[in-house]
Write a new protein. Structure first.
Length: 78
């Protein structure tokens, strides 16, 4: 079964409390806009590590390329 944007959306939303989440992709390369208060006070690399932790082994096995924009709710509104 190939990975879809909807699957990645469900993986992220099940593991991270998001106020906004968009995932697009073609089955190989995916982009995500992830808005979560969990990102508050964290540097970009720490935010990405949070998402990678939620995705776990799927990053190696299912998801070959994921480009992320990680924002707090305040950054997203601004």
């Amino acid at each position: 079964m190939s990975t879809t944007p909807e699957l990645i959306h469900s993986y992220i939303s099940n593991g991270l409390d998001c106020t906004h989440l968009e995932v697009d992709g073609d089955g190989q390369h995916f982009t995500a806009v992830i808005v979560s208060s969990a990102f508050a006070g964290k540097r970009p690399i720490q935010r990405h590590q949070l998402v990678y932790a939620v995705l776990g082994d799927r990053m190696r096995e299912e998801i070959h390329a994921l480009s992320m924009k990680t924002l707090t709710p305040e950054e997203y509104q601004g």
